[in-house]
Write a protein that binds this ligand. Structure first.
Ligand code: ATP
Length: 367
């Protein structure tokens, strides 16, 4: 449905070599919901604006189906767009706002208003058609913006941080709502967000961007469990993945990751090729993949509980290795029933197979 081929975008006046988008390839299937996710300045909005036709790529090709659209005007692209600010016209009623893009296309008033009524039902604001945007709550304004974007029956819906002005609770409702509407209408949708929870919850696939480049493009679960590199691994997850510097060594036939605080023997199923022996790595393990024993555990790693944060659903435990040689604390999750107290010594184990090893000499590639 949508193909981006080797897209580069350099803004005028920027220093040479600094590309907002740098060789981006992306394919989006018909009806798919895709999120562009990444830290501030990674090129998400620039990419969305190029899809909308509001910006032209410096080089590369954008196809909708097999039609090259690089030079097609925004109004001829058959897209609907919802901006972070909603950009509703304050002097118009909700009905007029929704009908506006249709009226622009010279649709007769009666027909445009009928279509506005129809689509307002889909987003459940048909009782608000006579109001002005200023007389609506944030969530209602958001729905009006959605209705306006969908009025033309676009093939593609582009959403730029559409929920960032909503409070946390409402965000969850609106998120479900957007997903439902998208599924019902089958419209191919691309959302830009810096909220990873939102991106993972709502999308079929997520493209993680950094420095104008795609780091990984995969379904949410795969990104989380099989991050391709250190950037993706450390960007996703809250609380974040634990990362500890280490070296891969061979000890009496076993492969062992030796760190300043512990040694971890790799299970047979995860043995590395011999070329990796001696390599500098980062050992990564997510907080929920660490188990705790409060009693003596000869096979566990002895640590001291430094801080406990109550999360409601459980506790986040921050522990330091008993000899205090690790550069950072180890974060782990415990359920509310586990009796841990700060200052106490506990034993931890990493759940088999759940660890990651990132090659420090190869840009943090997951081995
Ligand atoms: P955010 O989440 O902060 O909105 P983003 O991922 O959407 O960030 P972009 O807005 O696409 O990032 O910006 C990518 C890079 O391009 C940034 O380094 C930014 O400073 C630069 N940039 C964006 N717009 C312009 C512009 N009009 N002129 C020059 N540089 C720009």
């Amino acid at each position: 449905m949508i193909t981006l081929k080797n897209i580069v975008k350099e803004y005028d006046g920027k220093q040479e070599g600094s590309k907002a988008v740098d060789g981006l390839d992306l394919e989006i299937k018909k009806g798919e919901f895709v999120a562009l996710l990444g830290p501030s300045g990674c090129g998400k909005t620039t990419t969305l604006m190029m899809l909308a036709g509001l910006l032209k790529p410096t080089s590369g090709e954008i196809y909708f189906g097999d039609r090259l659209v690089n030079h097609v005007e925004p109004k001829d692209r058959n897209i609907g767009m919802v901006f972070q600010s909603y950009a509703l016209y304050p002097h118009m009623s909700v009905r007029e706002n929704i009908a506006f893009p249709l009226r622009e296309r010279k649709m007769p008033k009666k027909e445009a208003y009928e279509r506005a009524r129809e689509i307002s039902k889909v987003v459940q604001i048909d009782h608000l058609l006579d109001r002005r945007p200023t007389q609506l709550s944030g969530g209602q304004q958001q729905r009006v913006a959605m209705a306006r974007a969908l009025a033309k029956n676009p093939e593609i819906l582009l959403l730029d941080e559409p929920m960032s002005n909503l409070d946390a609770r409402l965000k969850l409702d609106v998120r479900d709502e957007i997903r439902k509407i998208q599924r019902n209408l089958g419209v191919t949708t691309i959302i830009v967000t810096h909220d990873q929870e939102e991106a993972l919850a709502i999308s079929d696939r997520v493209a993680i961007l950094n420095g104008g480049k795609i780091q990984q493009y995969a379904p949410p679960n795969e990104l989380f469990t099989q991050p391709i590199n250190l950037f993706v691994a450390s960007f996703l997850g809250n609380p974040p993945m634990n990362l500890v510097d280490g070296v891969v060594e061979e000890k009496s036939g076993n492969q062992v990751v030796v760190t300043n605080g512990f040694e971890y023997s790799l299970p047979e199923s995860r043995k590395l090729d011999r070329e990796h022996i001696g390599k500098q790595v980062q050992f990564g393990i997510r907080p929920h993949d660490i188990s705790i024993t409060t009693g003596e555990d000869p096979r566990g790693i002895r640590v001291k509980v430094d801080l406990i944060e109550h999360l409601g659903s459980g506790k986040l435990v921050k522990a330091i290795d008993s000899e205090e040689k690790l550069e950072s604390m180890i974060r782990l999750l415990a359920d509310n029933e586990t009796p841990v107290r700060s200052g106490e010594t506990i034993f931890i184990r990493f759940r088999d197979d759940k660890f990651h090893l990132f090659d420090k000499t190869a840009g943090g590639l997951n081995l």
